[in-house]
Design a protein around this ligand. Sequence first.
Ligand code: AVJ
Length: 322
Amino acid sequence: MNSTPILLDWPQLDDRTEFKEAVLAGLSRTPRAIPAKFLYDAQGSALFDAICELPEYYLTRTEIQILRRHSSEIADLAGAGCALVEFGSGSSVKSRLLIEALKDLQSYVPIDVSRDHLDATAAQLRRDYPWLSVVPVGADYMTLTALPPRVNGAQRRLGFFPGSTIGNLEPKDATEFLRRARALLGDGSALVLGVDLKKDARLLHDAYNDGAGVTAAFTLNLLRRMNRELDANFDLSGFAHEAFYNPAQGRIEIYFRSLRSQTVHVAGQVFRFQEGERVHTEYSYKYDDVGIGELARSGGFAIEKIWRDPVRLFAVCFLAAT
Ligand code: AVJ
């Protein structure tokens, strides 16, 4: 199959304009915050891949191990003839485990905003799985409202949202995501969801404060990106990565913090930073069984099965549309 990328819901603004408007708005509000999705330019994506290899960052390798161990059971629950729809397809290591396990897979539909990434992934998958119909969709999965028609002809649409990416979303947005996924995938669909679980605060802290400083470089790459793309003049030595676990909210909070009082120019505007002032970049919510159940229900799904790593405390959930 040599279908070319189908571009649906393509953003009206080009990427740089969208980034600029989000940054100017984010630095103008109190408290300051820039949406996490802007961390993933080419450099940021490469740094995130490096994070996944860190000894402290257990999430990726634990999830891959769960998927490896239980892929045939996942395939049994999914049934034959599915279309596999991945929300935010990064490196396709995890999807490959499902592609290889699912029976009579009708198509693989990676949804991603990064078109370059999508093209490269699709080309490689077509080389590796010549029998597979790969149908990439260049879109933001938070706003996508329809799948390519061919995909709707599958027996069942099986969504895949790995990596605990759902943890980036505040609970109301996580519910909104699931509702949208439920509507997009349709009646009788299912969703394989990766969720990081609540655990010892020290282990969580270390996962976002690695010794090699890769996570700090990932956060501070946002400043570099503003310097590169928005004609900003952030002095990288004047800011630091900050990440901590907030037990009351059950989430990791990530910021960059100004180490002194300073003035920065961004896209022709001037922003004043007090010493110690921070700009929020990410949340990473951690769930427990009750929380997963509530989340699933609020989004129109029911839990069919959960596989957990009892040591690393990560879960892969099979949710069925209700
Ligand atoms: C990709 C959102 C799952 O929250 O663990 C990792 C992002 N940020 N280290 C996470 C991230 C810093 C990651 N997610």
